[in-house]
Design a protein around this ligand. Structure first.
Ligand SMILES: N[C@@H](CCC(=O)N[C@@H](CS)C(=O)NCC(=O)O)C(=O)O
Length: 211
């Protein structure tokens, strides 16, 4: 088994934090997104969409979505549970994790990819062969979505210390990775959002945050 990974990229980091929380170590193959290695023939043979991470099993089966990778590991090693302990919790984690992914990760990607010069012709992640020019207006739209993301986060954390109940889950991992990602474009947790600040300090102090 091996994980095609990219150390600087936020989606592979979601998988790495998940694995670190489970105490699972697997060999990794580093693919440099910034230099476009993911768009070259060697990696496109692994994932034609050119996206990371990808988990490859020993029989050649590949999972090319973070959540599929995490579900697989949750099934083969349930402890500690990161996708919910009961049917209700699992549904709640799913609801929250998707919100964190769309409102946080995807909006962050809109801002980052439409501003960073290295992605000027790669404004949609991954391969497809054609140049996709940046659309500057998407930067404002991404910032607006992120302002809402931070507003929602503060409200969700009114109910419980973690995004779903009293323990750390995949929803926290995705939100934490989104926040660290948007810091690259100088977007920070608003100073007034004290619950989010407290939550962030606690998740960032977990050893897995180094993954
Ligand atoms: N839906 C995919 C998203 C994966 C994704 O967007 N990965 C980014 C890195 S964070 C990527 O591979 N980008 C390639 C590129 O920018 O060319 C998942 O959850 O695994």
């Amino acid at each position: 088994m091996k994980l095609y990974d990219c150390a600087m990229a936020p989606n592979p980091r979601r998988a790495r934090i998940f694995l670190a929380e489970k105490g699972i170590e697997i060999p990794k193959v580093e693919v440099d997104i910034l230099e476009g290695e993911n768009l070259g023939p060697a990696f496109l043979a692994v994932n034609p969409r050119g996206l990371l991470p990808v988990l490859e099993l020993d029989d050649g089966t590949r999972f090319d979505e973070v959540m599929a990778i995490c579900r697989y590991f949750e099934d083969i090693q349930p402890e500690p549970p990161l996708l919910g302990r009961t049917p209700v919790e699992r549904a709640l984690v799913e609801c929250m994790q998707r919100k964190m992914e769309f409102d946080g990760m995807v909006a962050g990607s809109e801002v980052f990819r439409n501003t960073h010069p290295q992605f000027a012709a790669r404004s949609i992640p991954g391969g497809g062969g054609e140049a996709i020019p940046a659309i500057p207006a998407l930067v404002d739209r991404g910032r607006q979505t992120l302002a809402r993301f931070f507003g929602w986060l503060e409200r969700y954390l009114e109910r419980s210390p973690y995004l779903v109940g009293d323990h750390y889950t995949m929803a926290d991992i995705t939100a934490q990775c989104a926040i660290d990602f948007v810091a690259w474009v100088d977007i920070k947790i608003p100073a007034a959002n004290s619950r989010t600040q407290r939550w962030y300090e606690s998740v960032a102090a977990r050893p897995s945050a180094q993954a």
